[in-house]
Structure formats: C-alpha cells, structure tokens
Design a protein around this ligand. Sequence first.
Ligand code: ADP
Ligand code: ADP
Length: 225
Amino acid sequence: MNTIEIQNLTKTYPNGVKALDNVSLSISNGMFGLLGANGAGKSTLMRTIATLQQPDSGTVTFNDIDTIKKPQLLRAQLGYLPQEFGVYPKVSALKLLDYVAILKGILNKKERRDQIEALLVKTNLYQHRKKSVYTFSGGMKQRFGIAQALLGNPKLIIVDEPTAGLDPEERNRFLNLLSEIGENVIVILSTHIVEDVHALCSRMAILANGTIIKEGKPTDLVNEL
Ligand code: ADP
Ligand code: ADP
C-alpha cells in the first residue's frame, strides 16, 4: 500500500495571494479526486506534491520519503501530467517517449521499447507513433501525456485538470484510460468537474480558497454539492 501524507501546507505567492492555507490530506492507493473552482489552489498543491514548487511551510511524505527534503527520491516514482503541456519538439511521439524513458532511468533498450509499445497501444496512439505530438489533437495530446506519465511504472500519478478543453468523446476516452491505471498506485486527479470525480474516484476532497473544506467519499459528498 502506498500512502501520501500532506501536513499543514501553506503557500503565499510574492504578490500576496495565499494559494494554500494549512492544507492537510492523507491519500492511499486508488483514485483520489481534488475538486475545486479555478483559482482554488489545485495546481499549486499538485506542483508542490510533484516537487516542482516549494511550500512556505508544511510537509509531504510519500511512503517513507520526505518529498520536500528528498525530491529526487519521489521523482523516481512519480508520473505527472501538468495542466498545460504546451510546447512539443518536432520529433516523433515514439522518439519523445524514448527520451522521457531514458530520463526516467530506463536504460535497457529492449525494456524501453516494450514499455513504450504497450503504452502506445493502451492509449490508442500506436498508429500515430511516427507523427510529432504537436500535430496531435487535444485529446491525443492528453493521452500521450498519460503514456509519458506511466513510463517506468510510477507509484504516484498526478493529473492536473486533464479534461479541460476536451470534447465529450475525448473526455470519456481519457477518463476510461485513467480508470484502467489500476488500484495498486495512487492517482490524484485535480478537476473543477464534479462528474469526473464521481465517475472515477473512491475518495475526494474539495479545495476552496486554498483550504480543504470537505473530505470523504464522493457518494457521501454528492448531496452537499
Ligand atoms: P490555473 O488555471 O491553474 O489557475 P493559470 O492559468 O492561472 O493556472 O496559471 C498559469 C501559470 O501562470 C502558472 O504557472 C501559474 O503559476 C502562473 N500564475 C497564475 N496566476 C498568476 C499570477 N497572479 N501571477 C503570476 N503568475 C501566475
Ligand atoms: P487552481 O489550479 O485551482 O486554478 P492555482 O493553484 O493555479 O489554482 O492558483 C491559486 C491562486 O494562486 C490563484 O489566485 C492564482 O492566480 C494564484 N497563483 C498561482 N500561481 C501563481 C504564481 N506563480 N504567482 C502568483 N500567483 C499565483
């Protein structure tokens, strides 16, 4: 069982915006939904857990790792799909996944090829593997993002607002893909869409103005939304 313990995280940006205000959460295997409106602090929390950003105070512990003190130990076990993936190089999807796999420390060529092929099939991108990712549609880019995040079999997967801007069909495809990741890892899904959380998550929290205002099972919280 994997666990992540978030304790008393606080973050104020230089412009005075308090994005996180004493946030504490305990998350274990399965899919966890972080629901909140725009500006609630979701991305700040996701980036902090992903060790891309330092909090002003508070701690994050993944299994036995203090991720703020030892970010490199977390990164080896992390898959992260940021909110905006933006710019892609001109190389093919296949080549780009190969680079990412090397950076993740998968140095054996055959192992890389096997993992990449399986992920391209899983994400329904195998037939597009020789195209550049910048030519992909929004939905394809997000599926590619998941393939990239899953390389190296991470134990913690963070997806930040992954369905924003997708049409309903692409959104469903993407959510189905997320639902197949499995129960032996932690998946944290940040979103402002209540239905995404209800469809997929076994636990959830609601973030508003940098504070957790509710936490529990989506089925218990549904009537309060
Ligand atoms: P989100 O949709 O998660 O709120 P934004 O589009 O607001 O993201 O932010 C995009 C980028 O701009 C992020 O890197 C974020 O940290 C940064 N950003 C957001 N708000 C501000 C701000 N008020 N001042 C400076 N940078 C900001
Ligand atoms: P969410 O992901 O829920 O939209 P964010 O974490 O992106 O929330 O933003 C929380 C608040 O912090 C917002 O008011 C946003 O404008 C502000 N913010 C985010 N990033 C920055 C930044 N780099 N500099 C200044 N303010 C920021």
